[in-house]
Design a protein around this ligand. Structure first.
Ligand code: NAP
Ligand code: MG
Length: 401
């Protein structure tokens, strides 16, 4: 069989620990036999980030701006323990943070649904995608402990010196205050990323805040979404047969639990943090959660939602057998290859991505899965696979298809 050709390179960001091991196996077993893989390779493994003073991370993000699509392996975010483990020159910043700062955008997380791994919520039949705004609010807040009686105020001094002032509270004893912000431009790009992703994936999009209580802050989010929707997206949504729907966050939570799934749930930063862990867990496993960063300029970076699975890596180093789930990393590749195919008009590449996803899912549904899934599956006859055997089993399914 002739290998599938690629016209434009995919930006490949290699990573760390167990996921780096899986990365290589996935390429060798599931990609290279079928595709003339055309990637521009960036080694974001911590050793090389340290060697290049983290320039490689910046370069990989700039390459993503050039080519439009990237696939990323999980990477270590250094802490004190990693400083000595890897003899680091500096405690380098989170690569995801650096890449996000360069590309801007919104992170979309969606569970991979398979038969035999049943959602905790009985009514959920289709995946629920969480779109999380990744800027501001409580993550960039200033806080103060109030020691005793006194007046707390919000003061804004404009560039020309005029002042706006509001009383927060007249304290008659100790308390706490918090000042947080967001920026209209960031909310606008959040809204556009959400609407574009809804069109891309042909799913409805829900957005919810607490605008009845937060009449200026949350209401601004609601207004910006509505304005951009009315001006730029209403026609496109009608043509695609999808819907934009706004409601209050407490109503949204109730509706999500009663729903069948199959839509995108756009969340403010904190809501997205909390709700994405709830949705991931209720669908089964973090190892079955994909993640894509979509920039307002239309750049895409695909990855798994989990980390480098350090504990399994140390077992692997000791020569012990591991059973690490590679599904989310495989889906990061298929997501990126499908998008590359779509942008290049390369239908063979798109079809390959579909085929590899089908093979992965049907391998699990046939009872071959890694330990994390074997522990929660409802399937009767299950054989637990090692990291490598699972990938080889997918290859066998591919070849049989
Ligand atoms: P983690 O790598 O997600 O792993 C936490 C635990 O979850 C594992 O020990 C394992 O549980 C289970 N798990 C996660 N992925 C799995 C998979 N594919 N297959 C089977 N089990 C899986 O999180 P972490 O241990 O907190 O972080 C390790 C490193 O990853 C850190 O250095 C962190 O900075 C980095 N990280 C990177 C990213 C990213 O690049 N996007 C995201 C998060 C964390 P058991 O041990 O019980 O089997
Ligand atoms: Mg969280």
């Amino acid at each position: 069989m002739e290998k599938i050709k690629m016209t434009t390179p995919l930006v490949e960001m290699d990573g760390d620990e167990m996921t780096r091991i899986l990365w290589k196996m996935i390429k060798e077993e599931l990609l290279l036999p079928y595709i003339d893989l055309n990637t521009e390779y960036y080694d974001l493994g911590l050793v090389h980030r340290n060697e290049t003073d983290d320039q490689v991370t910046v370069d990989s993000a700039l390459a993503t701006k050039k080519y439009g699509v990237a696939v990323k392996c999980a990477t270590i975010t250094p802490n004190a323990a990693r400083m000595s483990e890897y003899h680091l020159k500096e405690m380098w910043k989170s690569p995801n943070g650096t890449i996000r700062a360069i590309l801007d955008g919104t992170v979309f997380r969606a569970p991979i649904v398979v038969k035999g791994i049943e959602p905790t919520v009985r009514t959920w039949k289709k995946p629920i995608t969480i779109a999380r705004h990744a800027y501001g609010d409580v993550y960039k807040a200033t806080e103060m402990k109030i020691p005793g009686p006194g007046k707390a105020e919000l003061v804004f001094t404009s560039a020309d010196g005029t002042e706006m002032r509001e009383t927060i509270q007249e304290f008659d004893g100790p308390g706490i205050i918090q000042g947080m912000h967001n920026i209209n431009k960031s909310i606008e790009s959040f809204a556009r990323s959400c609407f574009n992703y809804a069109l891309d994936t042909k799913q409805d999009i829900w957005f919810a805040t607490k605008d009845t209580i937060s009449k200026k802050y949350d209401h601004t989010f609601k207004d910006i979404f509505q304005e951009i929707y009315d001006k730029e997206y209403d026609g496109k949504f009608r043509a695609a047969g999808i819907e934009y729907f706004y409601t209050l966050i407490d109503d949204a939570v109730a509706r999500v639990i009663r729903s069948e799934g199959g839509y995108i749930w756009a969340c403010k930063n904190y809501d997205g943090d909390v709700m994405s862990d709830m949705v991931a867990t209720a669908f089964g496993s973090l190892a079955m959660m994909t993640s894509v960063l979509v920039s307002p300029d239309g750049y895409y970076e695909y990855e798994a939602a989990h980390g480098t699975v350090q504990r399994h890596y140390y077992k692997h180093l000791k020569g012990e057998e591991t059973s690490t789930n590679s599904v989310a990393t495989i889906f990061a590749w298929t997501g990126a290859l499908r998008k590359r195919g779509e942008l290049d008009g390369n239908q063979e590449l798109e079809a390959f991505a579909d085929r590899l996803e089908k093979a992965t899912i049907s391998t699990i549904e046939s009872g071959k899965m890694t330990k994390d899934l074997a522990l929660i599956t409802t399937l009767p006859d299950v054989t637990v696979q090692s990291s490598e055997a699972f990938i080889k089993a997918i290859r066998a399914t591919m070849d049989a298809m």
